[in-house]
Design a protein around this ligand. Structure first.
Ligand code: NDP
Length: 318
């Protein structure tokens, strides 16, 4: 079986991946982009995007990602469905395996694998996932119209999702594990102003209740130990994200939470020819526009790397 050889391989299809693709394609590399498990990335599970420059009226997340893809394809990017399941960065070109079977050799690899929602790790949460348990209010809030829901988390995401849900459901119980919220003041204010959001301070999830679908949540006050059951049909988890970088951990330098380390001011990792962009390497900003910007950096760094490698190889042959 012959191994496919590509110049620029992009892993991931969020703003970082598609921006890298636009730049790499316009530079003439005909990049190959693997979409991964969530084509379009996190913006496909969001609604209005109001902070991406150039859209004075805002844009719907999924539509934005369709446009990103079209723009990348217009210049010759080959967008493929598939999941990169392992990599071998021990030599060069870099080896990448897709769906555990297809082997590809790439001169440059741009990692844009993003981040995924974190879960609490309760058995009941896992068992009832998709049966009332969700990590995306914008995707699933609609199903709980007029019902009661519980939401866990106290950051900006949780505040945003609680406000969003409050417009659809009858009541939102928001579980905050401390006596204050991490969310920005303006987002907190939105939560406080919603008449149908009740914040339960110092409160954690003991168990999600229900056999076939969520029927309630048993919560525990972490100060008093007191437990109570809240009848609810939906259980939303909004406690942050984890970078999708597990397949690279044997090769790339990462921080202790799995974010890939890059040389400051570049997308370069510790392996020459491997570049990290977007949320996979950014635990601070995590915005579509910063991801897109770093995708651009990834493509420009890859372009420079390939050009230098060609000179190196030509000199070695001469
Ligand atoms: P964060 O990491 O900011 O917040 C996570 C929240 O979940 C914290 O309040 C944390 O509690 C809580 N939490 C974590 N683990 C548990 C647990 N096991 N049980 C209960 N609660 C838990 O994540 P976000 O997704 O909210 O935000 C990520 C980044 O994106 C932030 O920088 C944020 O500002 C930004 N953002 C901005 C938005 C905007 O500007 N419109 C919208 C959404 C996100 P604790 O505080 O006690 O640690």
């Amino acid at each position: 079986m012959s191994i496919e050889k590509v110049k620029v391989l992009i892993i991931g299809s969020g703003p970082a991946g598609f921006t890298a693709a636009v730049y790499a394609a316009r530079a003439g590399f005909t990049p190959v982009l693997y979409q991964g498990g969530q084509p379009g990335g996190q913006l496909t599970i969001t609604n209005d995007v109001e902070n991406y420059p150039g859209y004075p009226e805002g844009v719907i997340g999924p539509q934005m990602m369709i446009d990103f893809q079209k723009q990348a394809e217009r210049f010759g990017t080959e967008v493929r469905s598939g999941m990169v399941t392992s990599v071998d960065f021990s030599g060069w070109p870099h080896k990448v395996t897709v769906d555990e079977k297809t082997e590809i050799e790439a001169e440059a690899v741009i990692i844009s694998t993003g981040a995924s929602a974190k879960w609490l790790g309760l058995e009941s949460e896992d068992r009832l996932n998709g049966k009332g348990v969700s990590a995306c209010a914008v995707c699933d809030g609609f199903f709980f119209k007029g019902q009661d829901v519980v939401l866990v988390g106290a950051g900006d995401t949780a505040a945003e999702e609680a406000s969003y849900l409050s417009k659809i459901v009858n009541k939102v119980y928001m579980l905050v594990r401390r006596d204050e919220m991490r969310a920005s003041k303006i987002m907190q204010q939105r939560v406080f102003n919603a008449p149908n959001i009740e914040i339960l301070w110092n409160t954690e999830t003991d168990e999600v209740l229900g056999d076939e679908e969520v029927s309630g949540v048993r919560v525990v006050n972490n100060q008093t130990g007191e437990k109570r059951e809240i009848p609810a049909q939906g259980f939303f988890v909004a406690i942050g994200h984890k970078p999708n970088t597990d397949i690279f951990k044997d090769w790339l330098d990462m921080d202790d939470t799995g974010y890939i380390k890059t040389i400051p001011g570049t997308s370069k990792t510790n392996i020459p020819g491997v570049f990290a962009t977007g949320d996979a390497q950014d635990k601070i900003y995590r915005q579509a526009v910063t991801a897109a910007g770093s995708g651009c950096m990834g493509a420009l760094d890859a372009e420079k790397f390939i050009a230098e490698k060609e000179v190196e190889l030509a000199e070695a042959e001469a």
